[in-house]
Design a protein around this ligand. Structure first.
Ligand code: ZN
Length: 433
């Protein structure tokens, strides 16, 4: 647990200093870092490209930004903390009155020592984010504002790691990567996704896996715009966010509410004693807003620890390396691996001898070596409910038995020819007809 936890935390620490935004060099450097650890294809969308109802914005680059007294004393400096600059600030270099300056300052009166994180992607503006305590000391008549940025045609970049499986049906994991120095909201889920992709790349995969690293909202919208065919093949998916804080895991259901992914994750949370952390769908939050928009309605929920907006450090300078812990990051990865296990192993089978109970004895399923490790009740449940309509997960839920015991029983019944994949039965029936 500790080794992988430290590895996850090291990803967060390595990426923390970069000034990410929805476009620009910090985003690209972040994708390059991800690409150093897993195979990643980068896609560039030029500014001005229409995507769904949106347009790719100009690219934002920052060289520096300071707020100074007119005699040159630096009060706020982007180099000290990239949260100080309102994201997408336009270039400015002039003396401004205190009154004008005040309308461009952002602080948190209730958390006077923290720097808030603010953006203005689509409305041209400039601004500084600073501790309320510092703001209260600004009593001069005028100040010198220097914001050395550019907003110019460029591109928006996103990255994808695609791991093909036996089936073209895909599992989509999506993590936003547009927040600057914020650890839990953004970097924790990037770190967990890197290690999940790494683990998935070396195992047998029934499904194909796609890990998407894109700036929030506009990145997901761009991906959906250019991947409508891929979207049609998504069997299950999860938006990953805030996976590093010490709170227990939580899950927001997909718009469908009872898609298999909703049932898998809810089951695992209940097993962990976190039934109270299963939340209904709402069209707020992260990129589930795009993936679960009515035209797509993808079976995608949102996996988190603390939901965004619900913790005191959210979108402030306190969402830092101390908030995310190796143990919480490792626990999130472990939960995702348990989810993948359910996704990979759940399937729907058919009983080949459904008229009366088949004789288990002659098939070695009642006594003897083959029967020894089996739960007999699990064998009977798997036989009875494998009618092409109940998956193994359904059978575990309905019987109250563990998924592992139903899986073991189904495996033995398959070996004995008593269960076959439901699709084999339906294709055989189709051939007969
Ligand atoms: Zn956020």
């Amino acid at each position: 647990m500790t080794d992988i936890g430290n590895r996850l935390h090291a990803h967060v620490a390595a990426l923390f200093p970069l000034c990410r935004s929805i476009t620009g060099p910090g985003l690209r450097d972040t994708l390059r870092y991800i690409g150093d650890h897993i195979p990643l294809q980068m896609h560039d969308m030029p500014s001005g490209t229409p995507v769904l109802d949106w347009v790719i914005p100009p690219e934002w680059q920052v060289r520096g930004a300071t707020l100074r007294t007119v005699d040159g004393r630096v009060l706020v400096d982007f180099q000290h903390n990239n949260l100080h600059l309102l994201q997408y600030s336009t270039p400015v270099d002039r003396i401004v009155s205190r009154e004008e300056l005040q309308s461009h300052l952002y602080s948190l009166p209730d958390q006077p020592d923290l720097v808030p994180y603010r953006t203005s992607y689509y409305a041209r503006n400039w601004g500084f984010c600073l501790p309320e305590r510092l703001r209260r000391t600004l009593t001069d008549e005028v100040y010198h504002v220097t914001i050395d940025t550019s907003l110019a045609p460029g591109s928006l970049t996103y990255g994808e790691c695609v791991l093909p499986g036996e089936s073209p049906q895909q599992i989509l994991f999506s993590a936003h990567c547009c927040h600057p120095s914020l650890a839990n909201d953004n970097l924790s889920s990037i770190a967990v996704a890197i290690e999940l992709a790494r683990a998935m790349s070396v195992r047998r995969r029934r499904f194909s896996y796609r890990f998407l690293f894109a700036p929030g909202a506009i990145g997901a919208i761009a991906w959906l715009h250019f991947n409508r065919d891929a979207a049609d093949r998504i069997a299950h998916g999860l938006v990953l966010t805030c996976l590093g804080d010490p709170a227990p895991p939580s899950y927001k259901r997909s718009r469908r509410e009872t898609a298999p992914i909703d049932r898998y994750v809810a089951h695992l949370l209940r097993e962990r004693g976190n039934a109270d952390r299963i939340l209904p769908f709402a069209p707020t939050g992260y990129d589930e807003r795009q993936f679960c928009s009515p035209g797509f309605d993808l079976p995608m929920g949102c996996l988190m620890r603390s939901p965004g907006g619900s913790f005191a450090e959210y979108h402030t300078s306190a969402d830092n390396l101390a908030l995310v812990t190796p143990d919480s990051l490792a626990a999130s990865l472990r939960l995702l691996q348990d989810i993948v296990h359910l996704i990979e192993r759940d399937e729907t089978l058919c009983n080949t001898a459904p008229f009366g109970e088949p004789q288990l004895g002659p098939r070695g399923l009642y006594h003897g070596e083959r029967a020894a490790g089996l739960d007999r009740a699990a064998v009977l449940w798997a036989l009875n409910l494998s009618d092409g309509r109940h998956s193994l997960f359904d059978i575990a839920r309905r019987s109250g038995l563990s998924f592992a015991s139903i899986l073991a029983a189904a495996s033995a019944l398959r070996d004995a020819g008593l269960l076959v994949p439901a699709e084999d039965v339906s294709s055989a029936t189709a051939a007969e007809a």
